[in-house]
Design a protein around this ligand. Structure first.
Ligand code: NAD
Ligand code: TDX
Length: 355
């Protein structure tokens, strides 16, 4: 009986489960919304998104008419707007994906990262305290742990690894994590936090390494690799991340942090070469450019905790996931061509023009 009750969660007023997903017009948030709407035929999802440069309504066009989905254009820092929405919807859960997410942009302009990633998180949690919530879940990142050396493959990030963020982006995410855990301790807010490694998959904004390489390779443009290309990331297919979040929301322990990783460490140059090979493009387009300031060397996640407690493991091998991703970019040129022909051109010129 206890097990059954744990799995079927209803709103306090007896209605169906309602989840506010912030940042749902971005990469991982949109994939999560698709995943949840499909998996739970009676759940309602309210997507809150400011539609920054990274938010894209066309991503959500296939579900705009779904009666279980509502889109609200709203800044998570807008306290009055957020409170009003909570009053209207009385959500059962909040999953906070909304963030400024690109490290290079944080190096150019940290302040908006502090505003959205820290202050926005506080506003959402204050709304949860005011109106009540079954679960507030914070989507965090492995970058809060800083980096690991290349010559110590035995070292991995566990949930106990000290926070030691390197960039304005990761330090803003780390500050948000600390705030979330403090709201649990101080106000007993039922929170959870997940720290995931690098994701890849459909709807990934082309400023990030994997989609940037695919898009540039398809357009026969130079492929910028920072420094020597030896930096290592632990790549996880986005659907596997969505599955992990779903498990944490329904079965994860309140007040806990869960690491999520791909068991798939690869150097950037190997990722780039793999994509070029799959697309039948020569490696001569690879251009080694000036390194990122403070560039983290290696991320690697130990996901034993989520594996032992919730039975989660990454199901998609990189060879399969990257093929699906490349295929998606081949079949959805309109989606990314619209992006790269707009404001993105100025961004690209500024970031890569003299690099
Ligand atoms: P993204 O940049 O693709 O999407 C972010 C979304 O948040 C966009 O739709 C944007 O419009 C929205 N947003 C930004 N500021 C907002 C605000 N003030 N109010 C409301 N909406 C706002 O990011 P992503 O890659 O999908 O990352 C989602 C979350 O996952 C972030 O919190 C990020 O830190 C975390 N994360 C990402 C990765 C990764 O590999 N992409 C890995 C680990 C953790
Ligand atoms: O043009 C590039 N050339 C290059 O060599 C870009 C954009 C990146 N890189 C390198 C930098 C990193 O070592 O590739 C690696 C991956 O870079 P990003 O795609 O920018 O991701 P990263 O900095 O690792 O951060 C990502 O993973 C953790 C997400 O953007 C974060 O939101 C998440 O928290």
């Amino acid at each position: 009986m206890a097990l059954l009750l744990k799995k079927i969660i209803y709103r306090k007023d007896g209605g169906v489960m309602k989840i506010i997903v912030t940042g749902g017009a971005g990469f991982i948030g949109s994939n999560f919304i698709f995943y949840m709407l499909k998996k739970y035929p009676d759940y309602e999802i309210i997507c809150v998104d400011k539609l920054t440069y990274a938010g894209n309504l066309s991503t959500l066009k296939g579900i705009m008419d779904n009666h279980r989905f509502r889109f609200v254009k709203l800044d998570i820092c807008d306290r009055a707007g957020i409170y009003q929405l909570f009053e209207e919807e009385l959500p059962s859960m909040v999953v906070n994906f909304a963030a400024e997410s690109h490290v290079d942009r944080s190096i150019e302009n940290p302040s908006v990262f502090l505003e959205t990633n820290i202050m926005g998180t506080a506003v959402l949690m204050d709304a949860c305290r005011k109106y009540g919530i079954q679960r507030y879940h914070q989507i965090s990142t492995d970058e809060v742990y800083g980096d690991l050396p290349l010559n110590r493959p035995d070292l991995l990030f566990t949930e106990e690894t000290p926070i030691q963020a390197s960039s304005p982006y990761s330090s803003s995410k780390a500050a948000a994590d600390l705030l979330v855990l403090a709201y649990h301790r101080t106000y007993e807010l039922p929170v959870s936090v997940s720290r995931c490694s690098n994701n890849y998959g459909p709807y990934h904004f082309p400023e990030k390494l994997i989609p940037l390489v695919i898009v540039n390779a398809l357009n026969d443009k130079p492929i910028p690799v920072y420094g020597t290309g030896e930096n290592v990331r632990d790549w996880l297919y986005v659907d596997d991340h969505c599955k992990a979040i779903d498990l944490i929301l329904h079965q994860g322990r309140v007040g806990e942090v869960y690491n999520i990783g791909g068991h798939n460490e690869m150097s950037n140059i190997d990722v780039v070469k793999t994509i070029c090979n799959r697309l039948g493009k020569s490696h001569s387009s690879i251009a080694y450019v000036t390194d990122r300031k403070g560039h983290d060397m290696r991320y690697a996640i130990d996901s034993t905790k989520i594996q032992n407690e919730l039975g989660w493991f990454p199901e998609t091998r990189f060879s399969e996931g990257i093929q699906k991703t490349i295929q998606w970019y081949l079949e959805n040129k309109d989606w990314w061509e619209t992006i790269i022909s707009g404001e993105y051109r100025n961004y690209y010129k500024k970031m890569y023009g003299d690099r």
